[in-house]
Design a protein around this ligand. Structure first.
Ligand code: HEC
Ligand code: HEC
Ligand code: HEC
Ligand code: HEC
Ligand code: HEC
Ligand code: HEC
Ligand code: HEC
Ligand code: HEC
Length: 471
């Protein structure tokens, strides 16, 4: 009111007070601009953090959970994370996810509400049916089923059983056990392994990629979300990705990636230009929907001793090619897959198949014991395919030449000729001979021809200023 009176007064004395008025209007105007600018910035920040710039909607029931947790300082970080999620403004709060029915194995009475600590794919399915069904049919959902594998024997027996819960299960998933009071057994939870076996019979956890309680797609689209598990000596997808041109371009342009856009506005080649893991394996394109089955677009399995094509591999390959074609010409994509397939076939034919055949023969001849890992040759063979051979193949799929060669085929070849071959020969010269039967291994016995040696010497003399042994 006072301001308005003042303004009216100002109008009455316009002629005499013109200069002062001008100053006042200027200051007022500047204040307004400043106010708008500040609220604008504030608004944008809120918009980025809160789903759609809206405030959390807190129902009476959820208010009880939140008030008590805040007062007792329990999981305050989680609650604040939730506040900025897309769920919060829609009123999808604590009880919508944690509600449980009496009789469910992991339900317990929690200050008057039946809740469970776990929120499984079955719970998310109420509202995200498509994602949950696709995930359910994926290999991801089955990742905790490794009990009878060679790796399991390695972890459980050769290393020690604690490795299974604290190592393997961290990535693959635990079998969650519930104690009598409905609470979860500490050796099986917390766990966000991709194929966790839940007490309600569902498999996996959506929180493996969408960390609670933000459940942000921006975070899930970051390569690191996958790289938490897809890393290391036996499946270095993230390392290979960051070495590839795709990874380099992503890193250099992260701020232009618009990672928080909803999937229908996150199409490669249009809304953003550099692919992440999600782009190739999950995200939508102009012609494709998001898939939560990460196997939908891969045509090989690059994991076993010998790689094989998956069922319906042509369809899967086509799906992947459509992703590439969002950014590239068909010709580049065709050339890439031709050489990738050739690289995988080289590994299979030259190293994978012959070394497996040699191990099978030695076993049949009782030259090795049926117990894995009790002889050096078994470790050498294991690393040959499980570490080095996989690295070569994963490098091929990620357009990462360093992984294809130095960390892949180079190590494969070195250990094949200098470790595996002598260990086979020790046990059976005949099997060693058969191991080298292919033309591609003949160089070992034949060596270089005189001409080849002469050519190499000349190359170093002329091109490399006589520095032999470089390169
Ligand atoms: C009167 C206080 C109070 C209320 C109301 C309350 N909580 Fe809790 N909550 C706690 C305390 C204290 C803990 C930690 C100790 C425990 O597990 O009981 C806890 C723990 C939890 C846990 C973790 C349990 C575990 O196994 O690690 C979950 C999940 C949880 N609360 C969810 C909820 C939900 C959902 C609601 C609302 C329906 C809610 N809480 C209401 C006090 C409360
Ligand atoms: C969109 C679903 C969702 C909502 C909404 C949600 N949670 Fe959770 N919450 C989860 C998931 C998923 C987990 C991880 C449990 C698992 O491993 O299955 C979890 C775990 C927890 C835990 C145990 C882990 C920890 O970090 O201590 C607590 C406590 C908890 N929630 C409390 C709450 C409270 C309080 C609210 C309301 C502000 C809430 N949650 C809202 C899905 C949800
Ligand atoms: C009661 C229904 C309901 C439940 C239960 C629920 N959600 Fe949602 N969720 C929604 C709605 C509605 C949206 C869309 C919000 C919007 O459009 O802003 C959403 C959005 C999302 C998004 C997109 C977030 C983003 O950044 O764009 C993810 C991811 C998600 N939910 C995952 C989950 C997971 C995982 C669970 C289980 C742990 C779960 N939701 C449980 C209703 C639900
Ligand atoms: C850092 C996370 C991580 C750890 C720890 C880990 N794994 Fe894995 N494991 C993976 C990933 C990721 C794959 C899939 C690799 C791929 O697709 O190239 C995999 C693949 C496998 C496979 C092959 C599955 C198939 O379908 O062919 C088995 C078996 C396996 N792991 C068992 C184990 C066991 C047993 C342990 C512990 C001794 C273990 N893993 C430790 C992440 C992990
Ligand atoms: C392997 C990692 C991973 C797992 C596990 C996962 N998600 Fe996602 N999810 C993603 C990624 C990445 C996106 C973003 C896709 C894109 O680029 O649009 C996404 C997107 C979503 C969206 C938004 C979809 C849309 O079309 O906008 C929802 C909802 C969602 N996930 C729910 C779930 C539920 C429910 C589960 C468990 C059944 C789950 N997710 C498990 C990685 C994962
Ligand atoms: C919590 C650990 C974990 C996370 C996070 C994870 N994965 Fe996996 N992934 C695995 C394991 C373990 C396997 C092997 C499953 C098996 O065969 O038993 C696997 C297998 C795969 C496969 C092969 C699928 C098939 O059908 O053979 C692809 C592709 C894949 N993951 C892509 C991704 C992408 C992309 C992301 C991120 C958006 C991701 N993963 C996040 C653990 C994880
Ligand atoms: C530019 C596209 C592209 C990007 C980016 C990409 N991949 Fe792949 N990925 C592929 C292709 C192509 C294959 C092999 C497809 C086939 O089998 O035909 C593959 C295969 C895989 C496999 C299957 C391995 C197996 O054992 O069979 C996994 C797991 C995987 N990628 C994970 C990832 C992860 C994790 C990231 C990010 C760190 C990533 N990919 C980034 C294109 C991509
Ligand atoms: C989101 C867009 C996008 C997608 C999707 C994409 N790429 Fe690329 N790709 C790029 C960009 C950008 C570059 C770098 C171009 C440059 O050199 O400036 C690149 C580079 C390449 C190169 C050249 C690598 C080099 O070392 O010079 C190959 C090969 C390639 N991509 C193959 C593929 C294949 C195969 C797929 C699908 C499996 C794919 N790309 C998916 C954007 C994409």
């Amino acid at each position: 009111m006072n301001e308005m009176n003042g303004q009216q007064g100002g109008e009455q004395h316009e002629a005499s007070n013109g200069k002062m008025n001008f100053t006042r209007y200027m200051i007022g105007g500047l204040c307004l601009v400043l106010f708008l600018a500040l609220t604008g910035v504030g608004y944008v920040q809120m918009e980025e953090r809160l789903g759609g710039g809206l405030r959390p909607f807190i129902s009476g029931e959820n208010k009880k959970c939140i008030d008590c947790h805040m007062a007792k300082d329990v999981a305050v970080g989680g609650i604040n994370d939730w506040k900025y999620s897309r769920h919060a403004p829609k009123g999808i709060g604590c009880i919508e996810c944690h509600r449980a029915e009496k009789g469910e194995p992991d339900a317990y009475d929690h200050y008057g509400s039946m809740v469970s600590t776990l929120v499984t794919p079955k719970d998310c399915m109420q509202c995200h049916d498509k994602e949950a069904k696709e995930f359910e049919k994926s290999h991801h959902a089955r990742a905790a089923q490794f009990t009878n594998s060679l790796d399991n024997f390695l972890g459980n027996v050769v290393e020690g059983p604690e490795v299974i819960t604290t190592g393997c299960a961290g990535c693959h998933g635990s079998v969650v056990k519930v104690m009598e009071n409905g609470k979860l057994h500490p050796s099986t939870w917390p766990n966000s392994g991709i194929g966790r076996v839940n007490p309600d019979g569902s498999k996996g956890t959506c929180a493996a990629c969408h960390a609670r309680h933000s459940f942000s797609i921006a975070q899930a689209r970051q390569p690191e979300s996958c790289g938490r598990c897809h890393m290391g000596p036996d499946h270095p997808q993230i390392e290979a990705y960051y070495e590839s041109k795709h990874g380099v371009m992503f890193s250099a342009n992260k701020d232009k990636m618009k990672l928080a856009q909803p999937s229908e506005q996150w199409h490669p080649g249009k809304d953003y230009l550099f692919p992440t893991c999600a782009t190739c394996h999950m995200s939508a394109t102009n012609a494709q929907e998001v898939t939560h089955d990460v196997g939908d677009r891969i045509s090989w399995t690059l994991r076993p001793v010998i790689s094989t094509r998956l069922e319906n591999y042509e369809v899967r390959r086509k799906e992947m090619r459509r992703v590439c074609a969002s950014c590239h010409s068909e010709q580049i994509v065709e050339r890439f897959f031709t050489s990738m397939d050739q690289g995988i076939t080289l590994y299979n034919e030259k190293f994978g198949k012959p070394s497996k055949a040699a191990m099978d023969k030695l076993l049949a001849m009782k030259k090795i014991t049926p117990t894995p890992y009790d002889e050096e040759i078994e470790w050498v063979f294991y690393e040959l395919w499980h570490h080095e051979g996989r690295r070569a193949r994963h490098g091929l799929s990620k357009m990462a030449p360093d992984f294809v060669h130095w960390q892949g085929f180079y190590e494969v070849a070195k250990h094949f000729y200098t470790k595996f071959l002598p260990l086979v020969r020790e046990r059976s010269p005949q099997v060693a001979k058969e191991l080298l039967a292919q033309e591609s291994h003949r160089w070992v016995e034949k060596g270089m021809t005189k001409e080849e040696i002469a050519q190499m010497l000349e190359f170093y003399d002329k091109e490399m200023q006589g520095k032999r042994g470089g390169g």
